[in-house]
Design a protein around this ligand. Structure first.
Ligand code: SF4
Ligand code: SF4
Length: 452
């Protein structure tokens, strides 16, 4: 990725959107909206000093809302370019309030609250569609209760929870425990504030709040307005401290999740949603289970699937290694239902088709291997460029030319065309780049011939 950022022949336009495309193979006129970052790209060094001081904390979309970030942020740690961006939906200054702390902190003078979107236009000979895919929202599968049970997560959420750059720095904490910790942090902040106020009052009257309150309750200060206010502030403080202490006690028992379940084909191979296989999810679940075991050797994982599709060189061996060395159990059977058991633990009810028995098992976290669905952006692009989509809205290709779309000069790779894993996506990207380079080469040859 770094090489792409530095390459003199690659013009990287992150944080941009296609506005319009016209033309044909050999000469497409492309109009791009370069969205305002409110940070000058050529000045920002990516030092992060602004982020450290920004007071506005918002949900972090990259971590799927499981963590937080500041209103000035870089989308993810290794992102290229490393330029920071101000989120106009949350930034106090851009919302018309007073702040501007980042501008004062930035030594590079990179903050520009007046920056506007820019439209840039250029000509290209070929286009490669590589828009990726969207994640299927499993909420409509009522029996899995994704939106009701905190510790039922999507595979993508589990990935962020077990990532060293994720909200828990790779410690697999249960989302319900994270919610308690977030509540503790909020209450602790309130308690700190009310304590500061009480300290000032105590100093003024030369007495500690508990002793004063005892006397106040006995009716010692019937008409004293100041002391009445003090009593109100003290009771408000107690109202924060009581739940805070209860939650802190509860959090003492929190440990990392050690019993994991992976439910395969959630939305895929399901005639109610997407009948096709999403291709990468079986190996992804195995990989996550192996990583979880590497982090915490006591971790056990159970992968529930109709079958495990380990299709690729070395994939079957990887699957078996997971079973032999990473405490993974493979259960052939579709999960019928997930309910919530004691301590907010999800309970999986399934049919073990090998034993022909209905069973239930309790876990710390259940991960749903959700379907790969076509990217929303593909519809707009297909209208602009005129390429055909298949019945599910993936880009239509031919089995004999899998990176060619129905429009000459427009190519496709990875999950924009078909659900696929990383190695195949990389191979397809190389193939599409080769096909696009063929058009450019032909163009140059023709130009050279014309000159000759
Ligand atoms: S905007 Fe300024 S302070 Fe923030 S990362 Fe860029 S150079 Fe550093
Ligand atoms: S101006 Fe906006 S981005 Fe900068 S510190 Fe304030 S809230 Fe954060």
């Amino acid at each position: 990725m770094l090489d792409v950022g530095r390459h003199p022949k690659i013009n990287l336009m992150a944080y941009s959107e296609i506005e319009n495309i016209e033309g044909q193979a050999g000469s497409f006129q492309v109009k791009i909206r370069r969205k305002a970052r409110y940070v000058e790209e050529d000045k920002c060094t990516g030092c992060g000093a602004c982020r450290e001081k920004c007071p506005t904390i918002v949900p972090d979309a990259f971590n799927l809302g499981l963590g937080t970030r500041q209103a000035i942020y870089s989308y993810f740690a290794q992102g290229i370019p490393s330029t920071y961006t101000i989120d106009p939906d949350y930034c106090r200054q851009l919302k018309g309030k007073k702040c501007g702390i980042c501008a004062k902190i930035c030594q590079a003078d990179a903050i520009n609250f007046d920056q506007q979107d820019r439209i840039v236009e250029f000509e290209v000979a070929a286009i490669i569609i590589a828009v990726g895919y969207d994640i299927f929202d499993p909420s409509p599968i009522k029996e899995y209760r994704y939106s009701e049970i905190a510790n039922v997560v999507t595979a993508f959420e589990l990935e962020r929870l077990s990532s060293a750059s994720g909200p828990t720095h790779g410690h697999l904490e249960r989302p319900s425990d994270l919610a308690v910790k977030a509540e503790i942090a909020t209450l602790a902040k309130k308690a700190e504030k009310s304590l500061r106020t009480l300290e000032k009052i105590e100093k003024k009257f030369g007495e500690a709040s508990p002793q004063f309150y005892e006397k106040y309750q006995r009716g010692q200060y019937p008409d004293d307005e100041d002391r009445k206010k003090w009593a109100e502030k003290y009771t408000a403080h107690l109202a924060v401290m009581e739940p805070l202490e209860a939650l802190q006690k509860q959090a003492e028992g929190f440990t990392v999740a050690k019993r994991l379940a992976f439910v395969q084909c959630v939305g895929s191979r399901d005639l109610r949603f997407y009948p096709f296989c999403s291709g990468y999810c079986c190996m992804h679940s195995i990989k996550e289970a192996i990583i979880a075991h590497e982090h915490e050797p006591e971790t056990t994982s159970t992968i529930f699937g109709m079958d495990i599709r380990a299709v690729g060189k070395g994939f079957e061996e990887y699957k078996l290694r997971g079973g032999n060395t990473s405490r993974i159990t493979y259960v052939r059977g579709r999960v019928a239902e997930i309910t919530e058991g004691p301590n907010q633990n999800p309970v999986v009810t399934y049919e073990d088709t090998r034993e022909r028995k209905i069973k239930s098992q309790e876990f710390d976290i259940v991960s749903l291997a959700t379907a790969c669905k076509p990217s929303k952006s593909i519809i707009g692009l297909s209208k602009l460029l005129g390429f055909e989509l298949d019945e599910y809205n993936f880009v239509k290709t031919s089995p004999v030319s899998p990176v060619d779309t129905s429009v000459p000069g427009v190519f496709v790779c990875s999950c924009a065309g078909v659900p696929t894993d990383v190695p195949v996506a990389v191979a397809q990207a190389s193939s599409a780049a080769g096909r696009a380079a063929g058009i450019v080469f032909k163009l140059y040859s023709e130009k050279e011939q014309a000159v000759a």
